[in-house]
Every structure is written in structure tokens, then in C-alpha cells.
Design a binder for this molecule. Structure first.
Ligand SMILES: Cc1cc2nc3c(=O)[nH]c(=O)nc-3n(C[C@H](O)[C@H](O)[C@H](O)COP(=O)(O)OP(=O)(O)OC[C@H]3O[C@@H](n4cnc5c(N)ncnc54)[C@H](O)[C@@H]3O)c2cc1C
Length: 452
């Protein structure tokens, strides 16, 4: 994982990484699909061109011209445009709703739009929906590798395999040089691992995407010890799964806080410690990692040998895309989930800063992303129809964690299913929630991707 960079260097690194990923995925696509997509896109462009010329007000036309020129500027910084040096960035108008990101918020927003019979386009770097809540189990090999992700085909009328590199109200610039405009845009680009300036951080493996989980699954199967930095939900679920799957694996989990799962209730924290202890996981608390190298991590002067996993938290970096954001880099949104100060762009999920009805910050979770995605999708439809937008009320109902091997934790307000007798229930609940997510977004067809 790259060490944290600042300013233009950081953007350039992100752009180059996503360009590589796009190129890799595109290479896998069949020639027939490519040619069909080109035809579809050309037809769309033609009709969209007509539509925008006929319907745009003079002020909007001006805005469009400005967008084009900024798109040229951005694309001009790219070292090798994919279609040769003579290719100039294009602006295409997308009919219906344009969604950036195909995670929990993205597919729920897309489902709302698709079910209303409106066209919906999803932009996502890999063209796949990652089941992030199952990735700890995938990495720890307690659930099948096929649970990591599924194709986004079927979630939207069109899927574009590319990454957003910049956004303005009603428009998104992609790393393939195109700028897409739409009357309603929903940004759901998620978050990424934080990257503090720890020496050797690049040696640690992250766990956020399906690709990360599959890499970890492969690496963990061949090591004797695992050092997980971060005792939140990601680290605890991975430690539990890996220790269950490989009983001879030495697993250590390190966190700077005094307890694991510091954002959860006391009984969840206690029972996480109990389950990990039963699986002989060593827990090091109240200590920060000093450095990481190819053979392990140094914590409080002790070198802990093993494969190092970085699970110390995530951050949205919406500011890098030119989106209005708070100090933490998350997009500031209002009650309609419109981006603050913008009128054609919504934001939902980990990329945004969501509040509950009392104005308190909500945790970054799949549960909130799903609710926000539904709300943003519905408001995008209302915007297209010229109807008044609705307040989107988001509610944090609790946590359900699966530690692998039919053990887990769940808490809903004051109710905690964490005593030994209840250990089996949370994994079943977790599975049920994942199945519900599939059925809600794909209907019965989603059961073909049933998590194992
Ligand atoms: C290992 C792990 C386990 C978790 N377990 C749980 C759990 O049990 N319960 C729970 O509630 N939460 C859990 N979470 C948190 C939860 O997964 C996230 O809160 C949730 O995925 C957020 O959904 P999202 O749609 O906002 O983002 P994501 O699901 O991360 O989706 C973001 C999407 O945006 C795309 N994207 C990223 N950058 C760009 C770009 N520049 N242009 C275009 N597209 C882009 C990505 O490819 C992806 O498709 C877990 C997280 C992790 C890492």
C-alpha cells in the first residue's frame, strides 16, 4: 500500500492505479461486448446531443462549455490517452441517472431507478459489485472465494468500467478522458484505507476490495503468522476467520485503543475478546505500530513476524475529486442527500458524511450505505420528474459481525446477542442480511449469487 502522499502527487497515483485497473478489466471483456457497447454509446451520444441542444437553457449551455474545457485540462495531464494522442476528451450526456460506484449505496440507488423504468448507468472501475461485508470471510477462507463479488451487469442498463477523476454539479470526468453529464448524478465512490506516515506501510496488505480479499486469501494460506493492524470490525472479523480456518496460524491483532471494537458496546467488546481468545489470537492493545517491513511489524519495540494486514480504518477523499467535503474528506450533504450547494448531484454511502435525525454522525456501514443509496435513488427519480425532493432519514440499527466458524456478535441498541449461547445467531443474521441485499437489488435472479 502506498504511503500517504499529498496534493497532486496523491491524485496522480490514484489516477494511475485506477487506469491500470480499468485497462486490466477491459482486456478481459469480449470483443463482441466491446463493439456492442461502442454502438450503444454512439447511439446514446447522438440522441443525447439532440436532447441537450433542444432542452438546455442558455445558462446551462454556458456551464456545459466550461465543463468541456475543464475536462480537456484534466485529460491533458494523462501520460498516455487510451485511444492515441489525437483523441480529445469527449462530453457525453447520459439519459436517466448516472451513478458513480457499484458498491452497496450504488446498487441500491440503481435498483430504485431501474425498478421505476428509468435508464441508469453505473460507472465502476472493475464493473463488479464487491460484497465488502463478506470480504473478511473470503480473506480468511471461511466463506467461498466466489462470495467476493459479482458482475454489475443486470444492476443497471449500462455499466462503464472506468474511474471518476473529477466531478462538478451534474457531470463526472473519467480516467478514460470522457466527461459524462446527466440531469441526476449519484456519487457513491466509497472510502479507502487511511495511510498515515508509518515507515514501511507499503508492505502491509489492505482489505477493502474483492481483489484485496482474494490476494489475502492466497497469501494467508501460505504463511505461519498474521499480524493485523486495527481492532475494529474489519480486523476482528479477519482475525476470527483466519484463526478458525488455520488452527496452526499465529494471529496477532494490534490496536492503539485500550479495547477491541471501541465503537461497539461493552458486551460486544468482551465477547469479541472471548471468541478470539478461544482461537488463540494474541491481542495487543494500547500500542501503535512503529514500522512495517517485508517480514512483519514493529510494535512497542517488539518485532512481530508475519504477513501484515492494514485494517486501521478508512477515509473518503472526495476533496480530491473537487467535491465539497468536510475535514475528514467526506462529501457534505443535506437532508435530500444533495451535495451541499449543488442541485443535480447526490451522494450516498461511505463517501458522504451522513447524520441521523438528531444531527449526530452515523457510522460508515453497509446498513447506512443501503439506506442512503435507496434515498438518493428515489430523490434522483424525483429530480428527473420535476417532483419535490424528500428528506432521507437514516437510522443506525446496530452491528452484526461474523467472526467465521459459526461465531459472531450482534448488538441492537441495548440488546446484545453476545453471550456464548448466542454465538451462532449473528453469523446466521449476517448471512440473512447479505441475502436480503441480493434479493432487494437483483430480485430472484440475485439468488444465483447466493452467499455460501
Ligand atoms: C472487511 C470489511 C467488512 C465489513 N463488514 C461490515 C459489516 O459486517 N456490516 C456493515 O454494516 N458494514 C461492514 N463494513 C463496512 C461496509 O462494507 C461499508 O460501509 C460499505 O461497503 C459502504 O458502501 P459504499 O457503497 O458506500 O462503498 P463500497 O461498498 O466500498 O463501494 C464503493 C464503490 O465505488 C467504486 N469506486 C471507488 N472509487 C471510484 C472512482 N474513483 N470512480 C468510480 N467508482 C469508484 C468502488 O469500485 C465500489 O464499486 C465492512 C467493511 C470492510 C472493509
Amino acid at each position: 500500500m502506498p504511503a500517504k502522499q499529498t496534493g497532486s502527487k496523491r491524485s496522480a497515483a490514484a489516477t494511475s492505479a485506477s487506469t491500470k485497473s480499468t485497462a486490466r478489466t477491459n482486456a478481459k471483456k469480449s470483443a463482441a461486448k466491446k463493439s456492442a457497447a461502442r454502438t450503444k454509446s454512439a447511439a446514446k451520444k447522438k440522441s443525447a446531443g439532440k436532447k441537450s441542444a433542444a432542452t438546455k437553457k442558455p445558462a446551462e449551455k454556458k456551464k456545459s462549455a466550461a465543463k468541456s474545457s475543464s475536462a480537456k485540462k484534466t485529460a491533458g495531464t494523462k501520460a498516455a490517452p487510451r485511444q492515441g494522442p489525437a483523441t480529445l476528451p469527449k462530453t457525453e450526456h447520459i439519459d436517466g441517472v448516472l451513478i458513480v460506484g457499484g458498491g452497496y449505496a450504488g446498487v441500491h440507488a440503481a435498483t430504485k431507478v431501474r425498478c421505476a423504468g428509468q435508464p441508469v448507468t453505473i460507472v465502476a472501475p472493475t464493473g463488479r459489485h464487491d460484497f465488502v461485508t463478506r470480504l473478511a470471510g473470503v480473506a480468511g477462507a471461511t466463506v467461498p472465494a466466489s462470495d467476493a463479488s459479482t458482475s454489475l451487469d443486470g444492476y443497471a442498463s449500462d455499466v462503464i468500467e472506468a474511474s471518476m477523476i473529477a466531478a462538478a454539479d451534474g457531470s463526472v470526468t473519467l480516467d478514460d478522458g470522457r466527461t459524462l453529464t446527466a440531469d441526476a448524478v449519484v456519487i457513491t465512490a466509497g472510502a479507502r484505507p487511511i495511510a498515515p506516515p508509518i515507515p514501511g506501510l507499503e508492505h502491509a496488505l489492505p482489505l477493502r476490495t474483492a481483489e484485496d480479499a482474494l490476494t489475502l486469501r492466497e497469501r494467508i494460506a501460505h504463511v505461519d503468522s498474521l499480524v493485523i493492524i486495527g481492532g475494529g470490525a474489519t480486523g476482528v472479523q479477519l482475525a476470527g476467520s483466519a484463526a478458525h480456518r488455520y488452527s496452526s496460524l499465529d494471529v496477532t491483532i494490534v490496536d492503539g485503543a485500550d479495547e477491541l471494537l471501541s465503537t461497539m458496546g461493552a458486551s460486544s467488546r468482551r465477547d469479541a475478546a472471548r471468541i478470539l481468545d478461544q482461537r488463540s489470537v494474541r491481542v495487543v492493545l494500547g500500542e501503535l505500530v512503529e514500522s512495517i517491513d517485508a517480514d512483519g511489524a514493529t510494535v512497542a519495540g517488539e518485532h512481530l513476524p508475519g504477513l501484515v494486514v492494514w485494517a486501521a480504518g478508512f477515509e473518503a477523499r472526495a476533496d480530491e475529486f473537487g467535491l465539497p467535503s468536510d475535514d475528514a474528506g467526506a462529501i457534505s450533504v443535506g437532508a435530500y442527500l444533495l451535495v451541499d450547494g449543488w442541485s443535480h448531484t447526490f451522494a450516498a454511502g461511505d463517501v458522504a458524511s451522513h447524520l441521523d435525525a438528531d444531527g449526530d454522525p452515523l457510522p460508515a456501514s453497509a446498513q447506512i450505505a443501503v439506506q442512503a443509496g435507496d434515498g438518493a435513488g428515489e430523490n434522483a427519480l424525483r429530480l428527473l420528474a420535476g417532483e419535490p425532493l424528500r428528506d432521507v432519514e437514516l437510522v443506525h440499527r446496530g452491528w452484526v459481525l461474523d467472526l467465521g466458524g459459526y461465531r459472531g456478535l450482534a448488538e441492537f441498541g441495548l440488546l446484545a446477542l453476545t453471550a456464548p449461547f448466542f454465538d451462532l445467531l449473528p453469523p446466521l443474521l449476517h448471512w440473512g442480511i447479505d441475502v436480503r441485499h441480493l434479493v432487494e437489488t437483483r430480485g430472484v435472479a440475485g439468488l444465483g449469487d447466493l452467499p455460501g
